[in-house]
Design a protein around this ligand. Structure first.
Ligand code: HEC
Ligand SMILES: [Cu+2]
Length: 333
């Protein structure tokens, strides 16, 4: 590849990062819109300064070729260059930096202010774990994983922490990045008027499956959100249908219950994601797999093949038992 083609390829590749599901250049969240406004101001000002500097340099080169060096007879600097230093080197930067400050400092302050802390704002607790996200709605007794539902048009207070190592939470279209640190809670406000599904990820290297630690924020109309919340808070009924009853028996009599909870049975431990409403999630395994029969089966039999390094071991369950188990899991609406 010629050098020019190489340069074009690199530029084209980096341009692909400007769009797509995780582009903060296409913000829809209140905080992300502010961040990107600040970025665009800095970008255009930076570009203007860069162009001005390059033009000045070019002029200097052309002039120095044409003219002999300007030396004053008495050894003092020529007036032209002194003026250039005063205006170009002192006055101009002062003006540019002043304008930048006036424009961006108030905006930057708005990125992290927290509207609506009147005590009844919606709170979501996010616990980052190797290699998935535990999501709690403490005011409503709802526990889920990897998918955060929020109502549109309302600031949602997301409190973020970790149980093991440092992770970082970033949903670029909605808000800035924030660390998830063990023993410490950080807070972020998510707010958007646009319903949609927004993808984010862990952005602090946290171990082998770090790159497969995806989070989705699902912003929906307040009515839809309320329906979702209500459904999630509902305890799972004890099944009566034959296959589901038998699938539940497979689940309860195998190792799954050491790590997973489905409320309505007695397993109190929850090393892994809560499975009470598993079937209502769009994805599993840290947001990397669509939640369907095939993926569930593949995941249960050999989770390490799908997501090397994750903390769920494989199982020996196979054949009819596996079928029943998947039936049961898929019934957990
Ligand atoms: C040693 C603990 C452990 C055992 C035993 C275990 N799991 Fe898991 N499971 C996990 C962990 C940890 C995750 C999260 C993996 C990730 O995404 O990184 C998980 C994820 C899952 C998920 C995806 C859930 C979601 O919303 O992403 C399903 C489904 C699941 N396990 C089912 C099972 C079943 C069925 C069994 C029994 C055959 C089982 N697990 C046994 C720890 C365990
Ligand atoms: Cu992580």
């Amino acid at each position: 590849m010629s050098r020019r083609r190489g340069v074009v390829a690199v530029l084209a590749l980096s341009a692909t990062a400007c769009a797509g599901p995780e582009s903060w250049l296409e913000p829809v969240g209140r905080s992300a819109v502010t961040t990107s406004t600040v970025w665009w101001i800095l970008f255009w000002m930076g570009l203007a300064v860069y162009v001005a500097a390059m033009v000045t340099a070019a002029v200097a080169v052309v002039r120095s070729r044409r003219n002999a060096p300007v030396d004053t007879a008495d050894g003092t600097e020529p007036a032209v260059s002194r003026r250039l230093v005063i205006y170009g080197g002192i006055a101009l930067p002062v003006v540019v930096l002043l304008v930048l400050n006036v424009l961006t400092v108030p905006l930057s302050a708005r990125v992290s202010d927290r509207p609506g802390t009147d005590g009844d704002e919606l709170v979501v607790e996010v616990v980052a774990e190797q290699f998935w996200w535990r999501i709690n709605y403490p005011q409503h007794g709802v526990i889920t994983a990897n998918e955060i539902h929020i109502p549109t048009g309302e600031p949602v207070h997301v409190r973020i922490t970790s149980t093991d190592v440092i992770h970082s939470f970033w949903v670029p279209k909605l808000a800035g990045k924030i660390d998830a640190t063990p023993g410490h809670t950080t807070e972020l406000v998510l707010e958007t008027d646009e319903a949609g599904r927004y993808r984010g990820r862990c952005t602090e290297f946290c171990g082998l499956a770090h790159a497969q630690m995806i989070v989705h924020v699902i912003a929906e109309e307040p009515d839809d959100f309320d329906v979702w919340l209500h459904e999630q808070a509902r305890p799972q009924e004890v099944p009566t249908e034959d296959r589901i009853v038998r699938g539940r028996e497979v689940f309860l009599s195998s190792s799954c219950v050491y790590c997973h909870t489905v409320d309505g049975h007695n397993a109190a431990n929850a090393i892994g994601p809560d499975l009470t409403h598993l079937a209502s999630r769009g994805t599993i395994a840290g947001g990397i797999l669509a939640n369907n029969r095939g993926n569930l089966g593949g995941w249960i039999v050999d989770p390490q093949a799908q997501k090397p390094g994750n903390l769920m071991p494989g199982t020996q369950i196979a054949g009819e038992e596996l079928d029943l188990l998947i039936d049961y899991l898929m019934s957990l609406e």
